[in-house]
Design a protein around this ligand. Structure first.
Ligand SMILES: Cc1cc2nc3c(=O)[nH]c(=O)nc-3n(C[C@H](O)[C@H](O)[C@H](O)COP(=O)(O)OP(=O)(O)OC[C@H]3O[C@@H](n4cnc5c(N)ncnc54)[C@H](O)[C@@H]3O)c2cc1C
Length: 321
């Protein structure tokens, strides 16, 4: 049944709506209109900015269960409900001696949202650990299970961005032994300098926390959505060598931060929006900007980047009109 709700985004914007539906059992899916365009599925709103005048129906799937399904010699399969908090889940895995997710610690938001943009940090993406996902297909009104290879995971991408599916739970395949991925250079350097290479999973999670807090604003004090733009993936081109993040098959991923730094002084920021001092990819909203201020600021950045580099920057958070 539709209810009243004040929905707040970590970006500091909010919406009062009479069209909020909480789904706690399969029967509740009957309350959802069939039209996908009229629905928005909510997690914890740390990667979503909602226009305060939006007329959408907001749907939240509630499932906080966590069950170990199967153990093999090397792996454990664990099924987790969509509304479990992501970082709490990472900590729970550490307690259960299940490994792999350490580099993704402290990413805000819910388990159910993690596959949507295939969350990633410090050289690791969540898709590496996903076995299968149970979801509800809004269009065909039925439950289905998608295996990892059906999810079309790529950098900040998945099949779920088509918005047809409500994710109900995710089965992860985690390692029974600690074999961390320390290949990401800033992580590697930190560990080499300060930890003499002897780290365990608790230390790794702590290090990730320290590195993240030096690069990202404290969400409780400075409203933001994390990285605001995706790193563009372009055809290999020598003129962009100095912006290279990594090669992606025949293409190159280049740094949106470095591109933005070249035009930073020309940007028209509206409504007090500005980039975080130590990270020019994080747009902060300390003065309650309006939706129009946000759109105008994005337009200013996009126009400058497009005129200078002929590249279109994609916004990472979802903007709901
Ligand atoms: C300070 C900060 C740092 C961040 N750092 C990172 C980072 O390092 N790496 C990274 O990848 N991201 C990062 N993010 C972005 C964000 O944390 C992730 O995208 C996270 O997964 C969003 O979770 P959420 O529950 O808040 O999702 P929401 O913002 O509520 O939703 C995000 C998307 O998921 C969809 N969705 C949510 N739940 C479901 C569901 N059950 N079924 C179907 N669709 C659903 C929504 O419709 C929407 O499209 C950061 C954000 C902040 C604020």
């Amino acid at each position: 049944m539709k209810k009243f709700k004040k929905i707040s985004s970590s970006f500091g914007t909010f919406l009062n709506t009479n069209s909020y539906i909480e789904i706690t059992s399969d029967n509740d899916f009957g309350y959802i209109d069939k039209s996908i365009e009229c629905i928005h599925i909510l997690g914890e709103c740390t990667n979503t900015i909602i226009n305060s005048e939006s007329k959408k129906t907001f749907v939240k799937y509630i499932n906080n269960e966590l069950n170990i399904l199967k153990k093999t010699q090397d792996y454990t399969f664990i099924k987790v409900g969509a509304s479990v908090n992501w970082h709490k889940f990472v900590l729970e895995c550490e307690k259960l001696n299940l490994y792999g997710l350490e580099n993704l610690a402290f990413i805000p938001g819910s388990v159910g949202a993690a596959p949507i943009q295939n969350i990633g940090a410090y050289g690791v993406e969540v898709s590496e650990f996903i076995s299968e996902i149970t979801c509800y297909d809004i269009e065909y009104q039925k439950n289905l299970v998608l295996k990892k290879n059906q999810c079309k995971f790529a950098y900040r991408q998945s099949v779920f961005q088509r918005k047809k599916f409500v994710i109900k739970d995710i089965t992860f395949r985690l390692k029974n032994y600690f074999n961390p991925d320390l290949s990401y250079s800033s992580l590697r350097n930190y560990i080499d300098n300060k930890f003499n290479k002897n780290i365990n999973s608790i230390n790794l999670i702590k290090i990730i926390g320290i590195i993240r807090s030096s690069r990202l604003p404290n969400l409780k004090k400075i409203p933001n959505c994390g990285s605001f733009f995706k790193h563009p993936i372009i055809k290999k081109d020598n003129k962009f060598k100095k912006y290279l993040v990594c090669f992606e098959n025949s293409k190159m991923k280049i740094s949106a931060t470095k591109l933005i730094e070249t035009i930073e002084n020309e940007i028209n920021f509206y409504g007090g929006l500005k980039f975080y001092d130590t990270n020019k990819l994080v747009l902060t909203n300390t003065e309650n900007c309006s939706f129009k201020d946000l759109i105008s600021t994005i337009e200013s950045i996009n126009t400058l980047i497009s005129n200078k580099f002929d590249i279109c920057l994609d916004v990472e958070p979802e903007i709901i009109t």
